[in-house]
Design a protein around this ligand. Sequence first.
Ligand SMILES: [Fe+2]
Length: 294
Amino acid sequence: MKENCDHTANPANEGFFDPETWTYTYVVYEGDSSPCVIIDSVLNYDLKSGRTGTKLADEVIAFVKAHKLQVSWILETHAHADHLTAAPYLQSHLGGKLVIGDHIKNVQTVFKGVFNLDDRFKADGAQFDYLLKEGESLAFGRLSLKALFVPGHTPACMAYEIGDAIFVGDTLFMPDVGTARCDFPGGDARTLYHSIQKILSYPGQTKLYMRHDYPPNNRPATGMTTVADEKASNIHVHDGVSEDQFVQMRTARDKTLEMPTLILPSIQVNIRAGHFPEPDANGVAYLKIPLNAL
Ligand SMILES: [Fe+2]
C-alpha cells in the first residue's frame, strides 16, 4: 500500500467532457483564487477540412477565469493518438508550463522516424517546458502532484496522483470498458498490466479519474471510479485475472482494432507539445500522411 503524497487530501477538480473524442480535461485546484493544474486538454479538429477549433479549450479558459485560478502546470499524461492537445493555446491565454513524462523522448524518436521529420525536430523533449520523472512531485500552491510512470499503452505514459485521487490517463478505463490498447509503437500489454497493478495497489477508496470514457449500454459518460471498483469489476483486469490472461486478451483484442481516426494529425502535433509544424513560405502549416507505413 502506498500513501497519498500530499498534505491536502481533497483538492477540487472539474472535468470537461468532449463528446467528439470521448475525453475528459481536468482542472484541479484547491479553491477559488488558488493555483491550479490542467490535465490533458483537447483542441477540436475537423479531419475533413483540416481546421482546428477551440470550443472545449475555451470552456476550460472560462472556468479558470471565473474561479480566478492561476495555472501553474499544463500536463499531458501521454502523447495522445486520438485527439490534438490544446496545451499551447491554453498556455497563451492562461500561462503555466507545459509538462509531460521524460520518456516522451522515446516516443518522439519513434515518430520522428515514422514521419521522416528533419533535424529541425529535436527528439529531446525541448518542445515542453518540463519533463517529469517517475516519483517526482510538482507543487501548485499548497497542493502537489506526484508523477507515476505507467507505461504500456504508450512507453511514456504518466499518471498523476493528487491528494486522494489519481488521474490515470489511458492506463485504465471505467470498469465496464476495461483497458486501453497497447499496439501503438512502443506499447506493450505485459508492461501495461504491471502499470495497472501499480495503480490498483493504492487504497480501495482512492478515486481514479479517467482520461476517456466510452460508456456502453446507454450508461451516461462518467469520468471517475475507485480502486476498489476497478478491482471488483473491471472487465479486463478485475481481481483474479492473471498477467498471462490479460496479455492474451489484450493482444487478441488489439488485433481487431482499427487505427484511431485522428492518429496521424494527433501524433504529429502532440509530439511537438501541441505546436503545429513550422509553416511553409506561404504561412500555412502542413501535416504529413505516411503511406503504407503504420
Ligand atoms: Fe491514449
